[in-house]
Design a protein around this ligand. Structure first.
Ligand code: DAH
Length: 341
């Protein structure tokens, strides 16, 4: 009988592999474990085993019984938990579900892209201070306290009691120019990207918090023509070849002459619409030739050096590039918007 049990064990081990669903598991149970099954008949047969071999055979029979039960229970559990490949309702060939991966915010992406465009023509990236002092944000940029243009930028002041300087949240990235020139001898070719703050009324076109990228190039014989060429190079690289640009005379205390750069309105292609206020153009940057007074403040000789500077609104360039009509949407963190970039 022991030999028979061993053979059965081999048979069962092979047989259980072909059980792929609950129906064939039930057939397995009936065949081996039911009242009319093999196990039961083995116990019947055991009754007639002679006395000497009863102990040994009984032990083997019990082992076989446990083996059968275990193999059956295990299979049942596997089938119920859906582990059977053939009969399970799960399609294992489907691609897995992935979690929502975070991505870089489109402002961060834009800064990287713009940095790259200027790095390709020899500019270095410098990060200025978000908390600036009045001297770097205004005075050194040819904007002393009495200067009416200070009113152009409503300022958030930072409580600096007991300090010898007045601190503020920088209203533009232009103080970065001063910090670079204070610490470097010409030639200088830098861009300064970063956050700026102004106490402005919030609307679809302005926020109290936004980003700019400043550019500065100082060397002997830098011309206005170089400024125009650089900004046009940027516009072509960033917006694609198709958008027209123009420079318009303007005023900034730290440049002379000063200009503003406009690009063709993305919506109406210069025909005039309410986004461009029927001008056909959208302003993206202020620029000009560095004012000799600024050079004097940082110890550069304006008789020897000349330079150009520009400051671009990053949100503004993105609005132009992607046709985004409202600046507030950048900071609402609506995934439906952010996911598109
Ligand atoms: N800082 C100016 C602003 O925030 C923009 C600007 C204009 C920057 C002319 C410049 C410049 O470097 O040359 O409105």
């Amino acid at each position: 009988m022991i030999e028979k049990l061993n053979n059965l064990k081999t048979e069962v081990s092979a047989g259980i592999d072909s059980v792929k669903d609950l129906k064939s598991l039930e057939e397995f149970r009936i065949k081996y474990l039911s009242r009319n099954g093999i196990l039961h008949s083995l116990f019947e047969e055991f009754k007639s085993v002679d006395k000497e071999s009863k102990g040994k055979t009984g032990k083997a029979l019990n082992e076989f019984k446990n083996f059968l039960q275990e193999i059956f229970d295990k299979k049942k559990e596997d089938l119920n938990s859906g582990m059977s490949v053939n009969e399970s309702k799960t399609d294992y060939s489907l691609p897995g579900r992935t979690g929502n991966k975070g991505t870089k915010h489109l402002i961060a992406q834009a800064i990287e892209e713009i940095n790259g465009i200027f790095e390709n023509i020899g500019f270095k990236v410098y990060y200025g201070n978000e908390i600036e002092d009045e001297y770097h944000n205004f005075d050194a940029l040819n904007t002393p306290a009495y200067h009416p243009s200070r009113d152009m930028q409503d300022t958030f002041y930072v409580d600096g009691k007991g300090k010898d300087r007045v601190y503020l949240l920088r209203t533009h990235t232009s103080p970065g120019q001063i910090r670079v020139m204070e610490n470097t001898k010409p030639p200088v070719r830098v861009i300064v990207p970063g956050k700026c703050y102004r106490n402005e009324a919030i609307s679809s076109r302005s926020l109290a918090f936004f980003h700019q990228i400043e550019g500065l190039y100082v060397d002997k014989k830098v011309t206005f023509r170089a400024l125009k060429g650089t900004l046009n190079y940027f516009a072509k690289e960033y917006f694609g070849k198709s958008l027209k640009t123009r420079l318009r005379p303007s005023y900034f205390p730290f440049t002379e002459p000063s200009a503003e750069m406009d690009v063709e309105c993305y919506l109406c292609k210069s025909k005039g619409c309410n986004v461009c206020k029927y001008t056909g153009w959208l302003e993206i940057a202020g620029c000009g030739m560095v004012d000799p007074n600024v050079f004097k403040m940082v110890g550069y000789d304006p008789e020897v050096y000349s330079g150009f500077a520009f400051g671009m609104g990053i949100e503004r360039t993105l609005m132009v590039k992607h046709g985004i009509p409202d600046i507030r949407i950048f900071y609402e963190n609506d995934i439906r918007f952010l996911k598109q970039f």
